[in-house]
Design a protein around this ligand. Structure first.
Ligand code: F6R
Length: 243
């Protein structure tokens, strides 16, 4: 694994965006696996800035997102579809038909998971998968204890996740109870992985995930078994590594 140490969030965003843009420049029709969450927002901003300057061209890029809430429509401002359009797709020249997310409005989980797995395969797999890391080591919606052997699947959100998400919705009933996510197996099939982490609150899990035992209890620890992983993290997120 390569580790790039960034000074702060802005530096992390720029360093990580450099890796994504190198991928796009080297292979203009590459398949990018994308993530939502707060960590990659600065990276997406940087890509948009370079696109506006004329340094990046997304016209042939294909994207597949890691996950999506089940039951949320594209118009819902908490959907990952909405997030991706707000933060990236609406600001660069990527054709909308090249962008893919699980369809949160498909009620038949089996059907949707099969469709999304086959879609990723039909694109020839993911060239570069971007990931964030949860405080408990989750990647995508793969929570601690999840088998390493899953492809795209539907997960029941834990009570604590539902509780934490409550503030974004009008009422508790509106909070999604399930989500579609690439499984660990899908993620591990990506040719390259770029994982970003920022802030002191991620320091403990970064240490555990990349220097601790490989265990389903820390889903991100499986990345130690991948042969092309780059971690870009700021000093705060790497602060527990020397201990
Ligand atoms: C996002 C995703 C999540 C986040 C993780 C970290 O698509 O699948 O696993 O990457 O929860 O989120 P932030 O970046 O908000 O700390």
């Amino acid at each position: 694994m390569r580790i790039y140490k960034a000074k702060d969030y802005a530096d992390m965003s720029r360093k990580a965006a450099n890796i994504v843009s190198a991928q796009v420049i080297m292979k203009p029709n590459c398949v990018l696996g994308l993530a939502t969450g707060s960590t990659p927002i600065g990276l997406y901003k940087q890509l948009v800035e370079w696109f506006r300057k004329g340094d990046l061209d997304f016209s042939e890029v294909m994207t597949v997102n890691l996950d999506e809430y089940k039951g949320l429509s594209r118009e819902n401002d908490q959907s990952y579809y909405y997030f991706m359009h707000q933060n990236l797709f609406d600001h660069v020249n990527i054709p909308v038909e090249n962008t893919h997310l699980p369809n949160g409005m498909e009620p038949d989980s089996e059907k949707e998971c099969r469709r999304y797995t086959e879609l990723i395969q039909s694109l020839g797999g993911v060239d570069l998968q971007l990931l964030g890391i949860g405080h408990n080591g989750h990647i995508g919606f793969n929570e601690p204890g999840e088998s390493f052997d899953k492809q795209v699947h539907c997960v029941n959100l834990t009570e604590s996740t539902i509780e934490a998400n409550k503030r974004f919705f009008a009422s508790a009933e509106d909070v999604p109870k399930q989500a579609y996510t690439m499984g660990i197996k899908t993620i591990m099939q990506s040719k390259k992985i770029l994982i970003v982490a920022s802030g002191e609150d991620k320091a403990e899990i970064v240490q555990k995930a990349f220097f601790g035992p490989i265990t389903p209890q820390v889903p991100a620890s499986v990345l130690q078994l991948h042969n092309d992983v780059t971690l870009v993290a700021d000093e705060a997120a790497l602060s527990k590594l020397s201990e």
